[in-house]
Design a protein. Structure first.
Length: 111
């Protein structure tokens, strides 16, 4: 099976990151990447060039908060956690994603 490129993930990257942090708690960027890849059975691949700008943008928007800490390998890493505003955004994006996938499914069922 072909893995999805970042172009296909652009519309869902915020949703994936917010959901991962909501369900897993505080994580650093690389751990977020690994978790999304693991849960998707390696179908979804995140690259640093997409993930880190998204994390910074979501932090600036108030959906995430970040703080420095030590990683599992005792290296300095920035840890992210979801805020109350991020949980509201997650609910909105999940609703929109559900509406979109239902609409696509309806179109595909016509064929």
């Amino acid at each position: 099976m072909r893995t999805h490129t970042n172009d296909r993930l652009k519309g869902s990257l915020d949703l994936l990151v917010l959901k991962t942090l909501a369900s897993q708690g505080r994580m650093h960027g690389y751990a977020i990447t690994l978790r999304i890849e693991q849960i998707s059975a390696n179908v979804l691949r995140l690259e640093e060039g997409s993930l880190y700008p998204a994390l910074h943008r979501m932090t600036k928007a108030g959906w995430l908060k970040s703080e420095w800490g030590a990683s599992e390998s005792n290296r300095r890493a920035r840890y992210y956690s979801i805020t109350a505003a991020g949980r509201r955004q997650l609910a909105e994006e999940a609703k929109e994603w559900s509406q979109l996938t239902e609409a696509v499914a309806r179109v595909l069922s016509l064929a």
